[in-house]
Design a protein around this ligand. Structure first.
Ligand SMILES: C[S@@+](CC[C@H](N)C(=O)[O-])C[C@H]1O[C@@H](n2cnc3c(N)ncnc32)[C@H](O)[C@@H]1O
Length: 226
């Protein structure tokens, strides 16, 4: 069994760090590509639901070290804006012009972006509403939001979202499981209509404590009402 999976799924409790403190320690070992089997499953589903990007203005919100901003550029987006609240993650990224900002106060004009990609971040926030308010505000009418989270089943079954820090110790990052209904309600309140949904499991053959039929990620796409 892979080490990261053993860490995530063992019932042993690791000390929980607030997101900012956790990514400060995790950043140097966080490459801008899917670096474990859960991220690979999540990214496959994200790519399958990604609208055409050519010429569009795309916001990679909570971009981390830039995984989805880089993908958006490769796929022909006209302009890519990348924001994250961790200076440490932004320093590791190779993105030019990425800026430090929280999802709850996006420093962009209203109705200024065609699409938002937000990967594996909102589980760190106890409340979805302030971020959805902001995402709904900056999207153009007809624009889309593609978002992923670690599947709530994983956490409701007692797992933690852990990493190994440079000091060799294992820590968990604060995480709040959000149900599909929570996401649906948060989107509806700001004029976003849910139009596609995927709950991918791990690829068959990955050695892990869950089979490929158990969803490990949640991927949702909304459209802003015209
Ligand atoms: C698991 S990483 C995912 C990074 C990237 N989106 C990806 O999919 O590879 C979660 C990211 O969310 C960021 N984050 C957490 N809370 C945030 C907030 N309130 N505002 C902005 N970024 C936040 C963290 O700093 C971290 O970079």
């Amino acid at each position: 069994m892979r080490r990261w999976f053993r860490r995530w799924f063992t019932p042993a409790r690791s000390p929980v760090l607030p997101s900012l403190q956790a990514y400060q320690q995790w950043a140097s070992a966080y490459p801008p590509h899917a670096h474990n089997a859960l991220m690979q499953a999540e990214e496959r589903a994200m790519r399958s639901l990604l609208p055409t990007l050519s010429g569009s203005t795309i916001l990679d919100l909570a971009c981390g070290t830039g995984r989805y901003a880089l993908i958006a550029r490769q796929l022909g987006a006209g302009r890519v804006i990348a924001l994250d609240n961790s200076e440490a993650m932004l320093r590791v990224s190779s993105l030019i012009g990425a800026a430090c900002a929280t999802t709850e106060a996006i420093p962009l004009a209203s109705q200024s972006v065609d699409g938002i990609i937000c990967g594996l971040a909102l589980g760190h926030l106890p409340r979805l509403e302030p971020t959805f308010q902001e995402m709904g505000r900056v999207l153009k009418p007809g624009g889309w939001l593609l978002l992923s989270d670690v599947h709530p089943f994983i956490f409701l079954n007692g797992a933690q979202r852990t990493f190994q820090a440079a000091d060799g110790r294992t820590y968990a990052v604060e995480h709040y499981p959000h149900l599909i209904a929570d996401y649906h309600t948060a989107g509806q309140a700001v004029g976003l209509s849910l139009e596609a949904l995927a709950e991918p499991g791990l690829q068959a053959g990955v050695v892990a404590p869950v089979t490929s039929t158990v969803p490990v990620a949640l991927v949702l796409r909304w459209r802003k009402n015209e």
